[in-house]
Design a protein around this ligand. Structure first.
Ligand code: FCB
Length: 471
């Protein structure tokens, strides 16, 4: 161990100071990444089943047909979750299991799986936290236009109601969408996620329709819950920070644009009921206008009880190319993220815990909605020791530093109410296939054996010590 690799130092578990008794501790997963059973009990293909078959789309052509086989090993996995001592489990429902094809009535067998999962969680006193949409759009809806088509928002609200009607008497915590930025920009602009389309204008139409779908679903769920049923309703966004490389006007402008496209484009309509003017002007430079219709913004700004924050890293931005130009080949302003000399994860993502504190304080200031960290964690190239243990000191350090960053944000006034580690176990990491391991539990895909990594034991002990200290 030397001074240049502080992230590899083994951290002892200690109580996190300043956490209130009701602070939620959880682990998170999503359906397509863990369930497998892709063609069982009436489930139809989602855009990810299709995308995985496109040559070159996913590392080694991998897919979620089996994944962690969670569909068949669910009781054992809930046992694992309970053993960690977390109070909350965030998972997503597979739309093509519950409403195959994306239209029409619910599929009872699909719902049964989630009812059994909720039974198992109840038995062990773990609170279920449902995400309705974690990227697995039924393929038929993509064939009809996907998220760039307005109708998909209405289809989503109908599906959300099928799920809520079946499970809402037992589940109080509902997240509509996971990371609409990724669905829209990675799926319809960059083309690196399903459905793999590449059109900037379509991606922006997808942004609006995702937000509209969230709004329509939220208002219907709220109405169905009425005043008697407990409900904590929200959306999860992937958020980072944008820091200017220098104090130049060009770099500050680049940060304004990055923050606009990554954060304010979503939160301004969700919380304030309007799109940010400066971002609309930036989009106009690209010849793009959002397809907003009357009443949309009122629906989108249905009150949020909680904002889910997925944080992995912040970034440094420059407003010039490496040659110093402020415009690109199309004459558009340059927004360039600049790599820093910082420790990185196996995703090559910079490790920036201090920027999580900054992000949370900024959200408190700009939007004032209570937050929960619905995902935070890291991929590292784990080694299995001769005794079978997984000494992942780098992941433990990542979690420790980010949990400390949350505690600091709380101390400085941010209303952060929970922290969920991504992820419970190694799983299908989208375009990276099974190559990148984010789990605090190791999965041996050949045998489906689960092994607690050292980070899982550290997390379990940290939660226990923190609870003991606040009792
Ligand atoms: C987030 C996704 C999650 C996982 C992590 C690493 O963007 O929500 O499914 O892939 O990144």
């Amino acid at each position: 161990m030397n001074a240049t690799t502080p992230q590899a130092l083994v951290r002892p578990a200690v109580a996190v100071p300043g956490m209130p008794a009701g602070f939620r501790w959880g682990v998170a997963t999503s359906a397509y990444q863990i369930e497998g059973a892709a063609a069982e009990d009436g489930r139809t293909p989602s855009i990810w089943d299709t995308f995985c078959r496109v040559p070159g789309a996913v590392v080694r052509g991998e897919h979620g047909d089996v994944a962690c086989d969670h569909y068949h090993r669910m009781p054992e996995d809930v046992e694992l979750i309970a053993g960690l001592g977390v109070d909350t489990y965030r998972f997503s429902l597979a739309w093509p299991r519950i409403q195959p094809g994306g239209r029409g009535p619910a599929n009872a067998k699909g719902l049964d799986f989630y009812k059994r999962l909720i039974d198992e969680l109840d038995r062990r006193n773990v609170t279920p936290w449902i995400t309705l949409y974690h990227w697995d759009l039924p393929q038929e809806l993509e064939d009809a236009g996907g998220w760039p088509a307005r109708d998909t928002a209405y289809r989503f609200a109908d599906y959300a109601m099928l799920a809520y009607e079946a499970l809402g008497d037992r589940v109080a915590h509902w997240t509509t969408l996971n990371e609409p930025w990724c669905s829209a920009m990675l799926g319809y602009d960059a083309g690196v996620h399903a459905p793999g389309r590449r059109n900037f204008g379509d991606a922006l139409h997808a942004v609006h329709h995702l937000l509209l779908g969230h709004g329509l679903a939220s208002s219907r769920i709220r109405e169905a819950a009425g005043s008697t049923r407990p409900l904590e309703l929200g959306i999860t966004l992937n958020l980072g920070t944008a820091t200017p490389e220098t104090d130049s006007a060009a770099d500050r402008e680049a940060c304004r644009r990055a923050d606009g496209m990554g954060r304010r484009l979503y939160l301004d309509p969700l919380v304030h009921g309007r799109y940010p003017e400066d971002v609309l002007a930036d989009l106009a430079l690209h010849g793009v206008e959002l397809p907003v219709q009357e009443g949309d913004l009122a629906a989108i700004s249905t009150p949020l009880d909680v904002l889910g924050v997925n944080f992995y890293r912040g970034a440094l931005f420059s407003g010039t190319t490496e040659d110093g130009a402020t415009a690109d080949a199309d004459g558009l302003p340059v927004t360039r993220s600049v790599p820093r000399d910082l420790p990185r994860t196996a995703m090559d993502w910079e490790i920036t815990p201090g920027e999580l504190t900054e992000l949370l304080l900024g959200l408190q200031h700009d939007y004032g909605v209570p937050t929960v960290i619905t995902e935070n964690g890291a991929a590292f190239d784990d080694l299995v020791a001769a005794d079978g243990s997984v000494p992942d000191a780098d992941r433990t350090a990542y979690l420790a530093d980010h949990i400390a960053a949350v505690a600091e944000a709380r101390e400085r006034g941010a209303d952060v109410r929970g922290y969920f580690a991504w992820s419970l176990m190694d799983n299908f990491e989208w375009a990276y296939g099974y190559d990148k391991r984010f789990g605090i539990v190791r999965v041996d895909y050949a045998t489906q054996a689960r092994t607690l990594k050292d980070s899982a034991k550290w997390y379990r002990d940290t939660i226990r010590l923190t609870r003991d200290a606040t009792r």
